[in-house]
Design a protein around this ligand. Structure first.
Ligand code: FE2
Length: 224
């Protein structure tokens, strides 16, 4: 069976019988360490990240800023024992000030902002620290059928080694926090997923939010 999906031909279905062709017929042999080191990708995203990806408030340096309130989010990534995790990849995405994602599957019809980058990437430094700038996201009506709003939030993916965890940072005192399904799941631990405000008089943003991320253990950040 051949199906068409967005212009691509997908040859899947009952006639697909290639799994056996990909199964080794002889014992696997370990490639020597010296040979492996030459082609195993170590954090390939690191080399591809451009410095401006930490500033989602504009699409490129010296371009106009997106609408809304520019904010900084910063914190430290730690393991369950409290050890800083250096060299981890953070991928960040959030809605613009109108509550619209820069994504083809956002069918809300809300206003796009051509100056909003919408997604960014950061590598934690040697002390596990990270920081990025974005626009304070708009809340959005996630379930029009039942009138459920999602409070404003920022999605953050953390990749280290071969593990990837995805969490969301919430904002203090938002009226829809209490009724958010994920917040309800977190219970008392919800407070750990709320960014803590700090002033940013020396930086070109209106407000800072500290969001420390812990990957595992009793004080773990809530991951989806
Ligand atoms: Fe979202």
């Amino acid at each position: 069976m051949v199906t068409r999906d967005q212009g691509r031909l997908l040859q899947i279905g009952p006639t697909d019988n290639t799994s056996d062709q990909r199964t080794p017929r002889q014992r696997l042999r370990l490639i020597p360490e010296a040979a492996r080191a030459s082609f195993v990708p170590y954090a390939p995203a690191r080399a591809m990240i451009r410095p401006n990806e930490a500033d989602m408030t504009r699409i490129a340096p010296n371009r106009p800023r997106a609408q809304g309130q520019p904010i900084e989010v910063s914190g430290t990534l730690r393991s369950e024992t409290g050890r800083p995790v250096a060299g981890a990849l953070l991928e960040v995405w959030s809605a613009n000030s109108f509550g619209r994602y820069t994504h083809s599957e956002d069918g809300s019809g809300l206003q796009l902002d051509p100056n909003f980058l919408g997604l960014g990437r950061i590598i934690t430094d040697e002390a596990g620290r990270y920081a990025f700038w974005t626009i304070s996201p708009g809340a959005y009506l996630a379930r029009p059928d039942i009138g459920r709003w999602r409070p404003k939030h920022i999605h953050i993916s953390v990749t280290g080694g071969s593990s990837r965890l995805i969490t969301q940072m919430y904002f203090p005192r938002e009226e829809n926090n209490a009724s958010d399904p994920m917040a309800i799941l977190m219970g008392d631990a919800f407070v750990r997923n709320v960014g803590q405000e700090y002033d940013t008089p020396d930086r070109d943003v209106d407000q800072g939010y500290r969001f420390d991320i812990v990957v595992g253990g009793r004080n773990a950040t809530f991951f989806e």
